[in-house]
Ligand binder design. Sequence first.
Ligand SMILES: *[C@@H]1O[C@H](CO)[C@@H](O)[C@H](O)[C@H]1NC(C)=O
Ligand SMILES: *[C@@H]1O[C@H](CO)[C@@H](O)[C@H](O)[C@H]1NC(C)=O
Ligand SMILES: *[C@@H]1O[C@H](CO)[C@@H](O)[C@H](O)[C@H]1NC(C)=O
Ligand SMILES: *[C@@H]1O[C@H](CO)[C@@H](O)[C@H](O)[C@H]1NC(C)=O
Ligand SMILES: *[C@@H]1O[C@H](CO)[C@@H](O)[C@H](O)[C@H]1NC(C)=O
Ligand SMILES: *[C@@H]1O[C@H](CO)[C@@H](O)[C@H](O)[C@H]1NC(C)=O
Ligand SMILES: *[C@@H]1O[C@H](CO)[C@@H](O)[C@H](O)[C@H]1NC(C)=O
Ligand SMILES: *[C@@H]1O[C@H](CO)[C@@H](O)[C@H](O)[C@H]1NC(C)=O
Ligand SMILES: *[C@@H]1O[C@H](CO)[C@@H](O)[C@H](O)[C@H]1NC(C)=O
Ligand SMILES: *[C@@H]1O[C@H](CO)[C@@H](O)[C@H](O)[C@H]1NC(C)=O
Ligand SMILES: *[C@@H]1O[C@H](CO)[C@@H](O)[C@H](O)[C@H]1NC(C)=O
Ligand SMILES: *[C@@H]1O[C@H](CO)[C@@H](O)[C@H](O)[C@H]1NC(C)=O
Length: 589
Amino acid sequence: MRQPLFAAAAALAITAIATNSTSTSLADVCTVSNVQAALPANGTLLGIDLIPSAVTASALYNVSSGGTGASTTTTTYCNVTITYTHTGKGDTVVVKYAFPQPSDFENRFYVAGGGGFSLSSDATGGLTYGAVGGATSAGYDAFDYSYDEVVLYGNGSINWDATYMFGYQALGEMTQVGKVLTAGFYGLSSDTKIYTYYEGCSDGGREGMSQVQRWGEEYDGAITGAPAFRFAQQQVHHVFSSMVEQTLDYYPPPCELDKIVNATIAACDPLDGRTDGVISRTDLCMLNFNLSSIIGESYYCAAENSTSLGFGFSKRQAEGSTTSYTPAQNGTVTAEGVAVAQAIYDGLHNSDGDRAYLSWQIGSELGDAATEYSSTTGTWELEIPSTGGEYVTKFVQLLDLDNLSNLDNVTYDTLVEWMNIGFVRYYDSLQTTLPDLTPFQASGGKLLHYHGESDPSIPAASSVHYWQSVRSVMYPNATAEESLEALSDWYQFYLIPGAAHCGTNSLQPGPYPEDNMAIMIDWVENGVKPSRLNATVSSGTYEGETQMLCQWPTRPLWQSNSTTFDCVNDTASIDSWTYTFPAFKVPVY
Ligand SMILES: *[C@@H]1O[C@H](CO)[C@@H](O)[C@H](O)[C@H]1NC(C)=O
Ligand SMILES: *[C@@H]1O[C@H](CO)[C@@H](O)[C@H](O)[C@H]1NC(C)=O
Ligand SMILES: *[C@@H]1O[C@H](CO)[C@@H](O)[C@H](O)[C@H]1NC(C)=O
Ligand SMILES: *[C@@H]1O[C@H](CO)[C@@H](O)[C@H](O)[C@H]1NC(C)=O
Ligand SMILES: *[C@@H]1O[C@H](CO)[C@@H](O)[C@H](O)[C@H]1NC(C)=O
Ligand SMILES: *[C@@H]1O[C@H](CO)[C@@H](O)[C@H](O)[C@H]1NC(C)=O
Ligand SMILES: *[C@@H]1O[C@H](CO)[C@@H](O)[C@H](O)[C@H]1NC(C)=O
Ligand SMILES: *[C@@H]1O[C@H](CO)[C@@H](O)[C@H](O)[C@H]1NC(C)=O
Ligand SMILES: *[C@@H]1O[C@H](CO)[C@@H](O)[C@H](O)[C@H]1NC(C)=O
Ligand SMILES: *[C@@H]1O[C@H](CO)[C@@H](O)[C@H](O)[C@H]1NC(C)=O
Ligand SMILES: *[C@@H]1O[C@H](CO)[C@@H](O)[C@H](O)[C@H]1NC(C)=O
Ligand SMILES: *[C@@H]1O[C@H](CO)[C@@H](O)[C@H](O)[C@H]1NC(C)=O
């Protein structure tokens, strides 16, 4: 594990141009020589050798920034690339940084997360916060390849360098180098604090957790959404829905499952006290609603030609699109269809009945269970999601194949075995569930963790379980009240009612937080600790409504159909979110 490298600060003193005056222009500082002078000297960041001759720097004025989404804002920044090698290794890591012009710089450094198997390739995400940002090639040309494309050198041969770089190392090094560079670039005095932030969702959430776990002293604030951590269980879980269908020998038309989900939402929406199209309390739904009551309801979906752009999980896959035809689906919900949905929501157990993993909350879409229509046979057939299948082929079986071709001879026990192989093999690289965050906490770090409660890709309970692990590992002797209070001083977790995977849910018009960085900056820089999370409803009857979401473990309860809700303690509900995993012998955090 990494050594703290306080020597780094000493490297700052190199002659850099003093920029304390706002009259310093971008052109003054955005030069190759200024960047070269600001590079950490070899030996100050142990194991990282900078290559000054490879530095590039060019000022960009009023360019439209990539940023996130379709924002068309223009930005002005210094586009810098630096190159380093790991001492004695001979590899090459290229990092790009975007430095705001001196008058916009607010002593901040910002790291954005990526998604799927890709690290972020955009360095400009911090500019709106007056922050320097970065993006790294991670030593495996991550700007052009996603990690799953390089994880194997060939059948049976794992690229461990890429695995550790993707797992946590590349971002940690980028931040460490970037902060030294930032100080030198703007000529900051060595005691100037550079507030350092992380923000990401999905694998970006996992990457953020990796930074908090492994490079805790480097970050002041981390915002992590729906982290794709507990990697082995999480990825193999993507095969679970198919396994259920094969085991029960029922391949539901997608429309039947859609109907089951819609009917569940309709039935459970009022349980939280307000009928607004949103299950704000999936726990009450789980405890009080019986899926069997849907049997016999009719469903209909029109025929459709759909074009799929792929899951976007791998850069290579995202390039191709496929068009498929689905016929009209007209029928009634069957007992078999309900049994499939129920088994999926119940989660994976081995043949002894021991739980191996948790699952999506009831009412979440069942996307992984989507079957494929065969126009040859005129029936619905097994379709194994490549998110899970590719993990099994490449990371477990070590075969350079993009998906499993079938589940022949595979049982629930096989899934547990696959999880266990990945769990052990990547325990210290991809698993990303170290529960001891002491270095981060002790250096003042703040963690804002959130998860859409109806996430159909990464189960919301997966985040709850990690929060519980951190609490019990870090406060083993505290009373419940003490540990809750101590934890919420620096680590807060929020479930987003109705929300899907890292976004709103077209089936449930609920709130979504859009203000997280402002909240985090206020917490880190001004000591304003949140107690609720600001979120806004963006569609439906309550469009525009602000909801101050409840901090876990309290749960929302609406006052009968009004616009206010309370955050309540509800032991039965919390228990329904609490899991143990006896199918594994090693503790699962
Ligand atoms: C650091 O070491 C590398 C080779 O290991 C060398 O190319 C580079 O010039 C050195 N950097 C500095 C800043 O001296
Ligand atoms: C960038 O835009 C600003 C504001 O519109 C303008 O004042 C400035 O001249 C532009 N700079 C360049 C280099 O085009
Ligand atoms: C930033 O500089 C690098 C290296 O010269 C270049 O490849 C890249 O295209 C530049 N980025 C932009 C947005 O111009
Ligand atoms: C489920 O609800 C969504 C929107 O609320 C609707 O578009 C869809 O057609 C419904 N599906 C079925 C099978 O009822
Ligand atoms: C789907 O595409 C086929 C071939 O282009 C066309 O004949 C058919 O009408 C389309 N069906 C629908 C429902 O759009
Ligand atoms: C669906 O099937 C039912 C019963 O067979 C029939 O009454 C109904 O018209 C069908 N609906 C559509 C849209 O085809
Ligand atoms: C890797 O293994 C798969 C599955 O056995 C096989 O199809 C493929 O040809 C192998 N690749 C190489 C390069 O041997
Ligand atoms: C599945 O098991 C049967 C019986 O043990 C065996 O004959 C067959 O080859 C196996 N299939 C695969 C794909 O492993
Ligand atoms: C918890 O209590 C045990 C036994 O008294 C003690 O050994 C341990 O250091 C305590 N742990 C913490 C984190 O205070
Ligand atoms: C919930 O329980 C915790 C711990 O017992 C307590 O500190 C908190 O005040 C309670 N919250 C509410 C809303 O009752
Ligand atoms: C909540 O977030 C919205 C959207 O960013 C913002 O306009 C509003 O001021 C925030 N409200 C509070 C109370 O912080
Ligand atoms: C809320 O309004 C719905 C109709 O929109 C009604 O069915 C329900 O009984 C009301 N719930 C409460 C708690 O008043």
